[in-house]
Structure formats: structure tokens, C-alpha cells
Design a protein around this ligand. Structure first.
Ligand SMILES: [Fe+2]
Length: 354
């Protein structure tokens, strides 16, 4: 419930009493100098501060400056009651962000009406801000639901792939933490970027839903043609995400999801697909995704292969440093072997059997 307190800076009790009669429903707290005002305003919630600039010994501008400087009081609306003569104070007060300057020569009815108008206006602004906040939360929830829906579509298609996307998201998180601890790529690894990488990781193979079951679940080596079709999942996945999530509030989330899906099969030495990108031309999120993706594929049972042991998989990852993978990411991945294994064992330990 909104507080209905007004702080009034005035040394004339009669003024406060008269104003109090017109401002029904509000509790007026009275102070008479800068120190009292700052202390009181910072401790309790007020809908408004009224400053009578004729208060004895009061430096009105100094008080407004102090209120606007302090984070606890800067957002409280301020109305100045002035004599209409000192235009410097009036101009400066507006420059500092007061909400109204009312001439004390006006009738008490006019003064109170203008005060109430300021209060109503501020309430409207708060309500709009609250609605915006609720709408943003709703959009964010919808985005998460879309991502989860996409992920469950993949999971429904192939249960081993579904487990794979959850594990790879866990590896992505571990690698990002490791890179930050190692001081690598700190310019790119902002909080928003890291959050986007972990959230978008489950979508990296979304393009596979366009690949036929015959190819996706073939229990043997793919032919050249079949492999070419399989390769299309990267480009198609990126396009699908871009088209489906183009209305996303967070463009970083969208670009990260698109980059992860499109480039997660690119290789550091330029021999990957779909665009043969090299080294740091491959987006960082995709370079991280690549290592998580390959490691999990190596230690997992698939329709076309048996799993290999964690140690064998780590050996392959290390050997591919500077060829398939970004050397800095490999270094971090090897350093965090225990965490990677732990995450893999926690998520579907029975599936690997290694
Ligand atoms: Fe893939």
C-alpha cells in the first residue's frame, strides 16, 4: 500500500495546519532546517516534500541539491513554495528537478490543488513503471518458455540428444567460470553474455529437428550425402532461432543463441562448417559450445557409437587444442576436468556407462 506521508519544511506551524486541512488523507511531518529534512527524508517513505523557501535561515537551493544528490531521497518529488520575487531560486529549483514551484501569494485552495496534482502525476508515473516492469518480467518468462519448449522438442525427438543438451549447458557454465577465473576474454564475458550463453546452449542443435530420423538415428557411418544433410542443421538452426525469437527483448540473448547454433561446428583451424571460420572469427560462445558439444558426444552412447572413457575424451580434447578448439578454452577445460566429470555424472550417470 502506498504511504501517504508528506514532509513539509516550514517553521510556521500555522501554515502547516492550514495546508493540513486541505490535504486530507495525508500525514504532514514538519521540519524546519536542512539537517532535520535530510535525516527525516532518508529514514521514512514520503510521497512528497514541500519546501517553504521563506523558512527562517533556510538555504532552499542547498536543501534541494542535498535531496537530489542522496540516492535515498533523490526520487522523492519536491514542491517549492516561493514568494514569486526571487526568480533565481525558481529557475535553479527547476534546473535541479523540483516538480513544481508555487507562489505563496496564491490562494490556499490553488496551492493545495497543485500539490495534489503533483502527487497524482507521480503516482501515475509509478504505476506505468510498475506495469512496464511486469511486462518485462512477462516477456522474459515467455522467452524462457520458448527456449524450454524448443529444448523439449529436441528431447522428445531423441532422448540421448535431450540429455546431451542439458549436460552441454552445464559444461558451458563451467568453462565460462573457468575463463573468468583465468582472466581470459574478460572484455566479452560480461554478466549478460554469460547468462545468455548458458540459457541459449540448449538450443545449439535445434536445427536437427529438420534432419530425418533415418539420418539422425542411423546406427552406422553416414554417407557423404547424409553427412552433408546433417551439416545443414547448424545453418538451419541459426536461421530458425533468428526467425522465431526475433522479437526478443534481449538482443544479446538472441545473437548468442543464433551464433551458438550456427557456428558450433566451426573449428579453430578453419576446417569446420558451415563457413570455415578461423580462430577468433568464430564467436566466443560458439567456441565454448564446440568443446562442450564434442566432449559430451565422445563420452555418450549414440546410435552409431559406444561411449569412450572420460580420460580418453580429455586426451582427444587436449590433442585438438589449436586444431578443432580454442587453446585457451582447452586449457580451462582441462583444468576443470573434475568439475566436468562431476556435472556429467550428476546429469544422467546411467546413460554414459563410463
Ligand atoms: Fe550440432
Amino acid at each position: 500500500m502506498l504511504q501517504r506521508n508528506i514532509l513539509i519544511v516550514d517553521d510556521d506551524k500555522n501554515n502547516v495546519l492550514v495546508l493540513g486541512d486541505f490535504l486530507k488523507g495525508f500525514r504532514l511531518l514538519e521540519v524546519s532546517n536542512v539537517r532535520e529534512t535530510m535525516q527525516t527524508a532518508a529514514l521514512s517513505p514520503f510521497e512528497l516534500i514541500i519546501i517553504n523557501m521563506q523558512t527562517k535561515g533556510l538555504d532552499t537551493i542547498h536543501l534541494i541539491e542535498s535531496l537530489k544528490r542522496l540516492p535515498l531521497t533523490s526520487s522523492i518529488p519536491v514542491v517549492v513554495l516561493g514568494n514569486g520575487v526571487n526568480t533565481y531560486v525558481e529557475d535553479r529549483a527547476f534546473e535541479l528537478g523540483v516538480d513544481d514551484y508555487i507562489n505563496l501569494k496564491s490562494s490556499i485552495s490553488t496551492i493545495s490543488s497543485r500539490i495534489l496534482r503533483v502527487i497524482d502525476y507521480q503516482r501515475c508515473l509509478k504505476e506505468i513503471a510498475l506495469k512496464d516492469e511486469i511486462a518485462e518480467d512477462k516477456i522474459e518468462r515467455m522467452q524462457k518458455q520458448i527456449i524450454e519448449s524448443f529444448a523439449s522438442i529436441i528431447e522428445g525427438r531423441d532422448s540421448s540428444t535431450g540429455a546431451h543438451i542439458k549436460r552441454t549447458a552445464a559444461y558451458v557454465e563451467i568453462v565460462i567460470r573457468g575463463l573468468i577465473e583465468a582472466g581470459d576474454y574478460l572484455d566479452e564475458l560480461t554478466d549478460d553474455f554469460c547468462e545468455s550463453c548458458v540459457a541459449a546452449a540448449p538450443l545449439h542443435d535445434i536445427g536437427k529437428i529438420t534432419v530425418s530420423d533415418v539420418i539422425l538415428c542411423k546406427p552406422g557411418k553416414l554417407t557423404v550425402d547424409e553427412f552433408m544433410i546433417m551439416q545443414t542443421h547448424a545453418r538451419i538452426g541459426g536461421k530458425m532461432i533468428a526467425e522465431t525469437l526475433s522479437g526478443m527483448e534481449s538482443s544479446l540473448m538472441l545473437s548468442t543463441a543464433v551464433d551458438m547454433a550456427t557456428y558450433h561446428h566451426e573449428k579453430w583451424n578453419g576446417t569446420g562448417y558451415p563457413f570455415n571460420l578461423v580462430r577468433e572469427d568464430i564467436p566466443l560462445c560458439a567456441r565454448i559450445m564446440a568443446i562442450a558439444d564434442v566432449f559430451d558426444a565422445l563420452v555418450s552412447k549414440r546410435c552409431y557409437k559406444e561411449p569412450i572413457s572420460y580420460e580418453q575424451a580429455f586426451d582427444i580434447i587436449r590433442d585438438e587444442s589449436g586444431r578443432h578448439f580454442d587453446p585457451k578454452i582447452v586449457e580451462v577445460f582441462m583444468k576443470l576436468k573434475d568439475e566436468v566429470v562431476k556435472a556429467s555424472d550428476c546429469l544422467y550417470p546411467s546413460e554414459n556407462g563410463v
